[in-house]
Design a protein around this ligand. Sequence first.
Ligand code: AMP
Length: 472
Amino acid sequence: MREDKVMELLRRRGFLWPAFEIYGGVAGFYDYGPLGAMLKRNIEAEWRAFYTIGEGFYEIETANIAPMEVFEASGHLKSFKDRAVACKKCKAIFREDLLDGSGRCPECKGELEYAGEFNLMFQTRIGIKEEGYLRPETAQGMFINFHRLLRFNRNKLPFGIIQIGRVYRNEISPRQSVIRLREFTVAEAEVFVEEREKNEHPRFEEVKGEVLKLVPRGEGRGGGNNGKEMEEVLEEAVRKGIIANEYMAYHMAKAREFLEKIGIPSERMRFRQHERDEMAHYARDCWDVEFFSERFGWIEIVGIADRGDYDLRAHSAFSKADMSVLIEEGDRKEKIIPHVIEPSYGIDRIVYAVLESAFYEEVVGKEERRVLRLKKEIAPIRAAVLPLLTRGELKEKAREIFRELKLSSSLFIEYDESGSIGRRYRRQDEIGTPYCITVDYETLEKGTVTIRDRDTMEQIRVPIGEIKDAIS
Ligand code: AMP
């Protein structure tokens, strides 16, 4: 199957490797190889720029381990749980909400029985005695610093804060390789806004005419291919109450914009609203951005939640810290607890979605060509410098061009002289390198190289001095 070819390529070329492989592997853990790590960082960098430069949000970085109180207050200790069922026959364990409801084991059709409720947080110790937990989301780090963030922001609402980091969830029985992990990276924004302003986003004008594909509450659960989709203009969706407020709608539009920017086509995206019994304990409303994967069906890649004032109120009650904001507008002087709108991006799933979307297999002449059509801004390697033949004089010139180019462009450039030129092109196509710069005898004579475009496979000849501009 095509999808398995994607995973095969990703393993073989050094993007994604099952973790602890030499010890038999552990479900729910994946390592990024050299190219995967670069791709992931490039996507994170795009995300960071999108929200810091684009939205004016500041980034913080908070602790990954927290004392018990934090999750007592946030409600995770009590509510961050999944129900498990076990097959009486083959003993396999499943998360109840991911099953089809037939009461039968998806693997051997045996009878299933309830096996208990399990908290998803990894527990650890801080020092010798104190109970600690690995964070299951980065959000809490932003909430518990709210009073400082508010002061940093000169006591004014609204403002947004972002964080990118690893989170840990002890998933009951992860089976979907890279999609369901026990340790993964999220990129989260917390937007703090006064409740009565949630319907007046200052930049709603910019997005209000956009049409989104929606699956509102009651139209089907995710995780499969079900769900009735409708197309709706954003402004209308807010007016009709399908989307609760302008802040939610604005951030839904922004999520789509970002995902398209990094190469996930909007035809493979839709927005699905959570059913009431499916929402996290803190959420008032929640829309997932789902990506259609040929391998996994519809999967959630971003969650956009209206968390109300749940978290700030909870931390304020438990810690006694003042999380209120003084609003002074003309005669009005009032202390309020802000509401929070949260777009939460699952970076690993997004990396996979980008790769699956970029994978093409085509027949060129007699050969099959596999290519990753990654956007050039996120491709791990921007260009490869290749001597046409592995003769001394060409290698020497190619190395010189390579050294010069990487220093002057600050882009990640690769040099490769191993094997035939055809094989080297194929490798660069498979790892998504947008440009191959080939050094041949004309380079020695006339000072020009060829630049081969990954997608069209066309080659143009340019003077050495113009390579940098051509690939930037
Ligand atoms: P949540 O806080 O549950 O909405 O999760 C935020 C995002 O993280 C989701 O939109 C998913 O893309 C991603 N995510 C959630 N659980 C997992 C998991 N077990 N493995 C990988 N990504 C996940």
